[in-house]
Design a protein around this ligand. Structure first.
Ligand SMILES: *[C@@H]1O[C@H](CO)[C@@H](O)[C@H](O)[C@H]1NC(C)=O
Ligand SMILES: *[C@@H]1O[C@H](CO)[C@@H](O)[C@H](O)[C@H]1NC(C)=O
Ligand SMILES: *[C@@H]1O[C@H](CO)[C@@H](O)[C@H](O)[C@H]1NC(C)=O
Ligand SMILES: *[C@@H]1O[C@H](CO)[C@@H](O)[C@H](O)[C@H]1NC(C)=O
Ligand SMILES: *[C@@H]1O[C@H](CO)[C@@H](O)[C@H](O)[C@H]1NC(C)=O
Ligand SMILES: *[C@@H]1O[C@H](CO)[C@@H](O)[C@H](O)[C@H]1NC(C)=O
Ligand SMILES: *[C@@H]1O[C@H](CO)[C@@H](O)[C@H](O)[C@H]1NC(C)=O
Length: 626
């Protein structure tokens, strides 16, 4: 077999160029004398990310970008020439004479440049395993040796370790912007930026229209983004000082692959790579619900996604335009029932479970305590509300609002307290209605407690019957043996807390469980209130429209009699029926039982604590229906 010289030369050339291309894609750096042609790539040291030329989606245009290398190949996290694509594969990435990283097309026209803040004599670009492309000067004397990094110019992807926000010294703003479409990485309609005014918040814009507001940072997460709560996957950091304002997250396990993307249709979505399925798994489903739409309910409106319609007015406020409001046009929001006049008696009403209103115009003090915060707000006639800045450790810091309260959301959990200024007459009205509300809750509580007792009683009776039955069976089987005679019990008596007989595990479990939840503290409280004259007065006002007061009072009364300490004081079941269905005069309830006995039952400290401070109000709200 003969090989021509020409053939041999071609083979050699192929060999050399093959080796050449291998060596091109091997490194993680690009230095001043090297260049990256279309088809070449550089790969980060551990192989996590790769940089080179690519066409996005179905597009035929070419871009320089960074994408995942080992997994999810094709998921691009950063693009250099987003708005100016290359028409062909003639592009080259290299360093300019000034040390800028530049992308040139076939006729050597610069179509993208890193624009360094200062020139570099011997620049080197390195692709890190975080997905960050950094440019440093080998000869520079800057210890940090950082002239430029792609993390400072994010596209649609927010990676772990990136800072989203503003460097107040340089004015550099790191903004997330959506792609136009999966085929077009040019800057789309949506942008996600940290607003530095007032108390900083993240704002999501569609063009110049504000679509979503994160709310201020509460020390652990953004007020309106409870899905960023501390968790097992990543830690969050929010820095807000004189030099920088930014949000950043770091993955707790560095082998986890995660990214947050601002999609072309404006959704902020967090993904985690699942190796098993080889797919991105959505873990922050920021599919915007209605209440996330900025100012959906207008000024002084409050959005609750569990309500229908979702919009309501804050307590003390009424729809500004009632007809439009009724027709689901909430944009004009709500106005005060009674306007403020800054006279004596004005005060603040507490609203809980809130996403704090827009803080772009707010004043803050990071160290002030809540009492001082209130004092400062009360002193200034134009101050409309105040709240803690940081919810950690019982709360600290102070935020003040001076104008309309916009974009409030109500959460079932993870919300925050805000104190809103109301006129003196409104405050008085809500204070008394709050009292009524509490009485209503106590009534519900006592009634439900009585029902639980009834249930327990039935369980007890059934258990006893079963026991009796089993014993009778034993008599049949062991004829001749002596069987202790069954003591006759009157099942209609109420031997509720006879622990000697109630030994069955189920019964005991129920009993201790019920008592462990502080239910009895509340019953004790109900009894105390019952004995106060004011109790009757309050009931009279609160429920006179909806039900028969005498009946309610009687139910509470009977409920209290059922939980008397001494068995003789407890009515039998038949008596209970009689008491509820007739007008017989009821004995005055004494202090409820178990209140004193509890320490004998549950030895655990949490119940013991409630024991001593029966005045605390927590127990009442525990049973509040959600
Ligand atoms: C750039 O890297 C190549 C290959 O490692 C090396 O030969 C060359 O000297 C380097 N140039 C500079 C300016 O460091
Ligand atoms: C791509 O082609 C268009 C139209 O021919 C031209 O205007 C544009 O400058 C080209 N872009 C680049 C980067 O060469
Ligand atoms: C390079 O870009 C310039 C300016 O955009 C354009 O005029 C020129 O035609 C482009 N060259 C190629 C080969 O696309
Ligand atoms: C602001 O916070 C950053 C990050 O913690 C820190 O490096 C910087 O020194 C702080 N600046 C001031 C003025 O405290
Ligand atoms: C991190 O994740 C990897 C892969 O999921 C797992 O094998 C490893 O045990 C994890 N490491 C820690 C410290 O949890
Ligand atoms: C914040 O409040 C504290 C306590 O009242 C005060 O000492 C401090 O000067 C205030 N800081 C600012 C910036 O107003
Ligand atoms: C009330 O607060 C506003 C906003 O901070 C301020 O402009 C105004 O001077 C304050 N008024 C008084 C009386 O302190």
């Amino acid at each position: 077999m003969k090989m021509s010289v020409a053939g041999f030369v071609i083979l050699i050339i192929c060999f050399i160029s093959f080796f050449f291309s291998i060596s091109r894609s091997a490194g993680d750096t690009l230095n001043a004398t090297q260049s990256l042609k279309d088809g070449d790539t550089i790969v980060s040291a551990e192989g996590s990310f790769e940089m080179g030329f690519f066409p996005p989606g179905k597009s035929e245009k070419r871009y320089v970008g960074i994408w995942y290398n080992k997994i999810a190949t094709g998921t691009v996290v950063w693009v250099a020439n987003r708005d100016i694509p290359l028409n062909d594969s003639s592009g080259v990435l290299k360093f300019s004479g000034q040390g800028d990283l530049v992308l040139v097309n076939g006729t050597n026209n610069i179509i993208w440049s890193s624009r360094l803040s200062r020139s570099a004599t011997n620049p080197v670009a390195r692709l890190l395993d975080t997905g960050n492309l950094v440019v440093g000067d080998v000869n520079g004397d800057d210890p940090e040796n950082l002239l430029w990094q792609s993390f400072d110019y994010p596209g649609n992807t927010f990676l772990a370790g990136m800072k989203g926000g503003i460097d107040l010294r340089t004015g550099l703003e790191r903004v997330l912007t959506s792609w136009k479409s999966p085929d077009d990485p040019s800057v789309g309609e949506y942008s996600n930026r940290l607003h530095p005014g007032g108390v900083p918040q993240i704002l999501l814009w569609k063009g110049s229209v504000l679509r979503f507001r994160s709310g201020p940072w509460n020390g652990l997460w953004f007020s309106g983004m409870p899905n960023l709560k501390p968790n097992q996957i990543y830690t969050s950091e929010f820095v807000f000082n004189d030099t920088e304002i930014y949000y950043k997250y770091e993955l707790i396990n560095s082998s986890v692959v995660a990214r947050i993307e601002l999609t072309p249709d404006g959704a902020l979505q967090g993904y985690i790579w699942v190796h098993r399925t080889q797919e991105w798994n959505l873990y922050i489903g920021a599919s915007m619900d209605d209440c996330n739409r900025y100012a959906l309910c207008g000024a002084h409106g409050s959005c609750n996604i569990n309500n229908s319609p979702a919009c309501g007015c804050l307590k003390g406020f009424i729809p500004k335009l009632p007809e439009e409001w009724a027709a689901a046009d909430w944009s004009n929001g709500c106005v005060r029932k009674v306007s403020l006049d800054c006279r004596e008696g004005e005060d603040f009403l507490k609203y809980s479970g809130i996403k704090l209103p827009d803080t772009r115009q707010s004043w803050y003090n990071k160290t002030m305590k809540l009492e001082e915060c209130k004092r400062v707000c009360l002193k200034n006639c134009s101050c409309t509300a105040y709240a803690n800045m940081d919810i950690r450790g019982g709360g600290s810091g102070c935020i003040l609002w001076f104008n309309d309260l916009i974009d409030i959301r109500q959460y079932n959990e993870n919300g925050q307290d805000i104190y809103i200024r109301l006129a003196a007459s409104e405050i008085a009205a809500y204070r008394s209605s709050k009292g009524k509300e509490r009485v209503r809750k106590i009534i519900i509580l006592v009634l439900s407690f009585a029902i639980v007792l009834l249930g327990l009683f039935l369980i007890f009776v059934i258990l006893k019957r079963r026991k009796k039955f089993r014993r009778k069976g034993a008599v049949v089987l062991n004829r001749g043996q002596e069987v202790p005679e069954e003591r006759e019990t009157d099942d209609l008596e109420l031997p509720l807390f006879d622990f000697a007989t109630l030994t069955d595990a189920t019964g005991y479990f129920l009993m201790s469980n019920m008592l462990g939840q502080g239910g009895f503290g509340s019953v004790y409280k109900a009894w105390r209130l019952f004995n106060e004259e004011s109790f009757i007065e309050l009931i009279d006002e609160s429920v006179k429209d909806s039900c028969n007061i005498a009946e309610v009072l009687r139910s509470v009364h009977v409920g209290l009699l059922c939980v008397q300490q001494s068995p003789e004081d407890r009515p039998s079941m038949s008596t209970v029926v009689l008491m509820l269905s007739s007008d017989i005069i009821l004995p005055q309830p004494k202090k409820p039982g178990f209140y004193a006995e509890r320490s004998l039952i549950g030895g655990d400290s949490s119940t013991g604590k409630q024991d001593t401070s029966s005045t605390n109000e927590v127990t009442v709200t525990l049973l509040e229906p959600r």
